[in-house]
Design a protein around this ligand. Structure first.
Ligand code: SAM
Length: 217
């Protein structure tokens, strides 16, 4: 048996076909994103969304903060896994994406999502000033600010809560010595910083483009 599977498109389709069905609106968002060309890559994968949903349900998570909403696939997927009295605050600076996401949330009749539309560092400062805390913080926005988002998340997440960060394997390039571009190096530095931070315990999962799961100590 191989240590790791070669995740071909065929195998990925098989996994999706044999996992829980998506809702109509989740499917609609994916179809919309698929027509955006290169931008479709911004969305998390179906397996990542389903993993987040399982985690939310099993950990009885009630309050989520998302940094980077795009057209709303990850936010809607997570909100669907929340209990009725749950809440998800989703941050994005892009008006156009946020309007589209709102339309999808309304179509799904999903009322647990609150959007904050401005640069995430401004929203995070505002949230911090209210003394609000979260059970799960999902980081999936501009990579240049990942370290700042992580440090603020460590302050905003409850003890025992989770911080999950996407794109930490950067298409596998982080482990390729020949790669020396700006973004690969930003993610490498970020991963090193998180690894050496004793405020969290962490593991990296090779799901989608790589998820780091951090548990706040
Ligand atoms: C990778 S996409 C998020 C994908 C989303 N989580 C999903 O799975 O569909 C990153 C998003 O971060 C937003 N973004 C980039 N820089 C930002 C900033 N400084 N403040 C807030 N949002 C930002 C972009 O507008 C984009 O929608």
């Amino acid at each position: 048996m191989p240590k790791n599977l070669n995740l071909t498109d065929n195998l990925e389709k098989y996994i999706i076909d044999h996992s829980e069905d998506l809702t109509n609106v989740q499917r609609e968002i994916i179809n919309y994103n698929n027509n955006l060309g290169d931008q479709k890559k911004l969305q998390i994968s179906i397996s990542q969304a389903q993993f987040l949903q399982t985690l939310i349900k099993f950990s009885h998570i009630k309050k989520i903060l998302e940094i980077g909403s795009f057209t709303g696939f990850s936010a809607l997927s997570m909100a669907l896994a929340l209990p009725n009295d749950g809440i998800l605050v989703s941050l994005d600076k892009n008006d156009e994406f946020s309007k589209l996401a709102k339309k999808f949330y309304e179509k799904a009749n999903e009322k647990k999502i609150k959007q904050m539309i401005k640069p995430a560092l401004e929203s995070l400062k505002e949230i911090k000033s209210t003394g609000d805390n979260f059970d799960l913080i999902f980081i999936d926005a501009d990579k240049e600010n990942y370290k700042k988002y992580y440090d603020l998340s460590v302050e905003l997440v409850n003890t025992g809560g989770l911080i999950i960060i996407d794109n930490v394997l950067w298409n596998g390039d982080v482990a390729d010595k020949k790669k020396d571009d700006k973004f690969t190096n930003i993610i490498r530095e970020f991963n090193k910083y998180v690894k050496n931070d004793n405020r969290t315990k962490k593991t990296i999962l090779p799901l989608g483009d790589g998820f780091t799961i951090c548990e706040r100590q």
